[in-house]
Design a protein around this ligand. Structure first.
Ligand code: HPA
Length: 270
């Protein structure tokens, strides 16, 4: 795997991806952030050697390199999900490549349902901890110890310093920023009422279909990571309305400016 990662990184370096400081992974419906970036170079995932695209249907995502808030950043516009048929290793592969290119911090956003019913559609939750319900690990493969510790510590998976800065920004900007536990499921089907009850009982505040594999790999690489959930639906098992993906996208779009403010100012302050 090391050779593959180096090949992908070398290809990107040749296209100008030099010394990025911060990597950013944008969630479903949360691509507007890219408008803030002064783009220097941009490459379609399909063109990057060893990127997990060749085996699955055409993927429209792009890796973008540019400046924002005086920092060099790499932005993943579009991410890989296991519900598209990728493996946990595939979906977290770009994190390894960004790390190889030299990023020092990773920021992640996702669209998520609220299990904690104090959280409302269009609000944002800072992820403080997570529960992996995706049925596997992105670290479960032969040779993983060549890339980092096999038995990766997960006692504090989300960087405390960046969380503190994000909370300060939210306070100053008047943005409601909850804090809590994100549960990752495989999807792509939404949850049953019984599953929402289960998610509440086990201590989750939001649920979504991403983020956790990337965070596990960031911890494997000792790469500080911060992540937020944008609440796109409220998952009340006693009053469950059928979820409409268009509604989810619309709710993500509504909350997006707040997410952009949080990430933009965080990057300026790092
Ligand atoms: N469940 C799982 N994933 C989601 C949800 C949800 O309710 N909302 C947005 N992504």
């Amino acid at each position: 795997m090391k050779k593959f990662i180096e090949e992908s990184a070398q290809f990107l370096k040749e296209r100008g991806f030099e010394a990025p400081e911060i990597g950013i992974i944008l969630g479903t419906g949360l691509g507007q952030f890219v408008d803030k970036v002064e783009i220097i170079s941009s490459v379609s995932y399909n063109h990057i050697p060893n990127f997990p695209t060749a085996t699955v249907e055409f993927h429209t995502g792009k890796l973008i390199y540019g400046t924002l808030g005086g920092k060099k950043v790499i932005v993943m516009q579009g991410r890989f999900h296991i519900y598209e048929g990728y493996t946990l290793r595939d979906v977290s592969y770009p994190v390894r490549v960004m790390n190889e290119l030299g990023i020092k911090k990773l920021l992640i956003s996702n669209a998520a349902g609220a299990i904690n019913l104090n959280f409302k559609k269009g609000e944002i939750m800072l992820i403080e901890d997570h529960i992996n319900l995706q049925g596997g690990s992105p670290l479960a493969f032969k040779g993983v110890e060549q890339l980092g510790s096999r038995f990766t510590d997960m006692s504090a998976p989300y960087d405390a310093e960046m969380r503190g800065i994000l909370k300060d920004i939210a306070k100053t900007e008047g943005i409601t920023l909850h804090e809590g536990v994100y549960a990752s499921v495989v999807g792509p089907q939404l949850e049953t009422r019984a599953e929402y009850r289960f998610l509440k009982i086990i201590g989750s505040d939001t649920v979504g279909m991403s983020t956790v594999p990337e965070v596990i790999v960031a911890n494997h690489l000792d790469l500080p990571v911060a992540a937020v959930s944008v609440i796109t639906d409220e998952c009340d098992p006693e009053n469950l309305a059928p979820v409409d993906i268009q509604d989810i996208m619309a709710a993500a779009g509504k909350a997006e400016p707040d997410m952009v403010t949080l990430f933009t100012q965080l990057i300026e302050k790092l």
